[in-house]
Design a protein around this ligand. Structure first.
Ligand code: AMP
Ligand code: MG
Length: 408
């Protein structure tokens, strides 16, 4: 048996990034992996500006609350005002540039404006003692010119797209989406919409794995169900390899005589069958299908049990898909949280229990941890990563990996 760590090291050292990149408009880059650093050519914000509606002034002009100042100008956002005159105030609105020479903003709630008989901008009474610098957002306080705001290998979430846009990046250089072929093996499988004949079950893995792949931004080539026959399996592998960088299957990787993936891959490329010391999980096949030009299409065969398939995908396939795109952060973060349950009979293998966050900040356990019970994965908020042979007592800190760390 391999530890998960050993299996991951083997997978990731075998697989090189695809190295294919494309340019896309920034708004179309959500969820993608960045292929080239985004460097800011400007300071953000580009100039000192106010974070409040109010009055810009020189703090030294207000020596006591109640000071009256003439309003010399009006500066809405998007307008650059005139140079500030000592002994005056400038009416100013959130986001507007601070007039050169002013050094503080007093929020309008602490001011009282009054009109002058002759018209004009009137006077303002400052009902507080301003401190130099208050309510001013400094030029470059978010991003200084020349900074790498997003590094190659980063995954682009919505906040990252906003940051790229804030430095003026209209286009981004991205890793191409990996093409992943998917098929399920098992003569017992039927598709939702078909009648459930005796002995059959619905093919849940196809939907689950396809969803996981699409959630990671892969281009999915869905080859459906492949019958438990050697020739059909070889045929499916060849077809998959023609189109895909990576082939993912579920089921048929045990060593039963109805498990045809091993002999098929031995004929079409190569395969290693691994026993990984994790629960759920355990059997995992890794190999490649050789294409006509001898280049490999990578192959990962997941176990058939739905929760095993789900967990193994998250732990072993997800990092591979990220690596194919040159992503830099492959490992999910774990957090120490309190278990609010006992786990008196742990397995010898590293366990990934489906748990849910409760309102008290602890973790509850789904009562049925069987590898066939997909309900546990829907109910849960993440996986409790429990080392082999470790019992858990309520109140103890455990390592929790939220699904948010595993699903993108
Ligand atoms: P296998 O790995 O092919 O021996 O399958 C292990 C278990 O997972 C068996 O109970 C299968 O019926 C079940 N299984 C295999 N593939 C699927 C699938 N696509 N959807 C739901 N269950 C499956
Ligand atoms: Mg099977």
């Amino acid at each position: 048996m391999l530890t998960l760590e050993e299996a991951l090291a083997r997978l990731l050292s075998s697989i090189e990034p695809l190295g294919l990149t494309e340019t896309r408009r920034t708004e179309q880059a959500l969820g993608r992996i960045l292929a080239r650093d985004v460097v800011s050519l400007l300071d953000v914000p580009p100039a000192d500006n106010t974070s409040m509606d109010g009055y810009a002034l020189l703090a030294a002009d207000v020596l006591q609350p109640g000071t009256l100042l003439p309003v010399a100008q009006r500066v809405p956002a998007g307008v650059v005002g005139a140079r500030h005159q000592e002994g005056t105030a400038a009416r100013i609105f959130t986001g507007a540039q601070i007039p050169l020479g002013a050094d503080a903003v007093v929020m309008q709630e602490q001011c009282q404006a009054s009109a002058l008989p002759g018209g004009g901008l009137g006077m303002v009474q400052i009902n507080t003692l301003p401190v130099s610098g208050q309510w001013i957002r400094r030029r470059g306080e978010d991003v200084a010119q020349g900074t790498v705001v997003l590094a190659a290998g980063a995954r682009l979430d919505a906040a990252a797209l906003g940051l790229a846009a804030s430095v003026g990046a209209a286009e981004l250089q991205l890793a191409c989406r990996p093409k992943v072929a998917l098929f399920s093996t098992g003569d017992e499988l039927v598709m939702p919409g078909e009648p459930l004949r005796p002995g059959a079950i619905y093919n849940s893995n196809r939907f689950m794995l396809r969803g996981l792949l699409e959630g990671m931004g892969c281009e999915v080539i869905d080859l459906g169900i492949v019958p438990d026959q050697l020739e059909a399996t070889r045929q499916a592998l060849r077809e998959a390899a023609l189109q895909a960088d990576l082939i993912i299957t579920s089921g048929g990787v045990s060593v039963g005589e109805e498990d045809h993936l091993r002999p098929a891959l031995q004929l079409e490329g190569r395969i290693d069958l691994w026993q990984i010391a994790i629960k759920p999980g355990k059997p995992l096949a890794f190999g490649e299908v050789r294409r006509a030009d001898r280049s490999p299409a990578w192959f990962i065969g997941l176990p058939g049990n739905p929760v095993s398939s789900f967990v193994t995908f998250l732990l072993a396939v997800r990092p591979v898909i990220l690596r194919l795109q040159g992503a830099t952060r492959l490992a999910p973060r774990g957090f120490n949280l309190r278990a609010d349950f006992d786990w008196p009979r742990p397995d010898r293998r590293q366990e990934f229990l489906r748990v849910r966050l409760n309102a008290a900040g602890g973790l509850d356990l789904f009562p049925n941890q069987s590898s066939g019970v997909l309900t546990s994965a829907v109910w849960g908020d993440g996986l409790l990563d429990n080392p082999g042979l470790q019992t858990i007592k309520a109140g103890q800190l455990v390592r929790f990996i939220p699904f948010s760390e595993l699903l993108t």
